[in-house]
Design a protein around this ligand. Sequence first.
Ligand code: FA5
Length: 366
Amino acid sequence: MPSSQSCFWTKVFLLYEEKSYGRKEIGMRHNLEKIRDEAIENISKVKDLEHLERLRLKYLGKKGELTRILRGMGDLPAEERPIMGRLANEVRTLIQVQLDKRRKELEEKLLEYRLREETIDVTVPGKKIERGNLHPLTSVCNEIAAIFIGMGFEVVEGPDVELEYYNFEALNIPESHPSRDVQDTFYITDEILLRTHTSPVQVRTMEEKDPPIKIIVPGRVYRSDDVDATHSPIFHQIEGLVVDENITMADLKGVLDVFVKELFGERTQTKFRPHYFPFTEPSMEVDATCVTCGGKGCRVCSDTGWIEILGAGMVHPNVLKYGGIDPDRYSGFAFGLGLDRIANLKYGIDDIRLLYENDIRFLRQF
Ligand code: FA5
């Protein structure tokens, strides 16, 4: 304690001794002395502001030690109260001064620490934020949609959980057709199933919209196929449908030729092979010159120079009728492509399973 303060206290206590106070007064004086010494010592040792605040409450707070002693003043003889009150106030002021002094020191230390530790080093290399990328299926789907939108098509969607009626019956698919087999299709009830292709959206759209109709339908489809490098029980298709007056196969060939050239390059050729689908007549499969070898023949195209990319045909009159469209007035064409296989061709992926395993090391490459 500074010498001037100790000198003050000595005088005060001598004064008390001289006046030969009673036991209560002496007890109170000793208590004040004890609190004072203890507070000064504790405050000088404190290392942080939180602890300092706890000490303030301990000594000067409403329930603090000094307040408790002051409450006992009522027991003192009336003439002693002002003297003891003054003494208590001196102790309070002394503790408060010590608290303020220590607070200032601790705040300065904290500021120094912060200035030292929290400076921003602008030369430290920044933390790179990893940018994600679209799944290859999404990218190819967007690319294909953009090509058709450029030709005036509209994008339409349909339900994955579909009525057997739209998936088969309205598409002129007879009872005996193998794709109706429970082995091939995921049935939910006898009449509800997971759609096996995007073609059900053809009749759904015809029911809602009068010609001219010019739509594409991207979506997920389901088949009870065993998994291998080219088959997955869940895969994706994009359906196309055009219905209007005077639509011919020339329109079908023209649109698909433009599409293939836009997707795989200007030099890509198309080949239309006769095929059978119950919902188109005539029907065909469309091949494109192999993306990998340009038509020369390689492992990807099994040395044929061609790759099958979609099924297509002129909309069967029965399907137009199911859709409420007069087949004597209107005609149309439709096509359906397997998006997964197109994505694999485009990116040189040789196994469809890679598209569904969600291995980030694989997906990051696209
Ligand atoms: C159809 O699904 C017809 N709805 C397409 C169509 C539409 C024809 C409009 C005419 C008019 P298909 O069953 O061939 O056709 O399937 C179309 C494409 O889906 C196939 O060429 C193939 O690329 C893809 N595909 C079929 N099964 C699987 C499978 N399990 N895994 C991945 N892709 C498959």
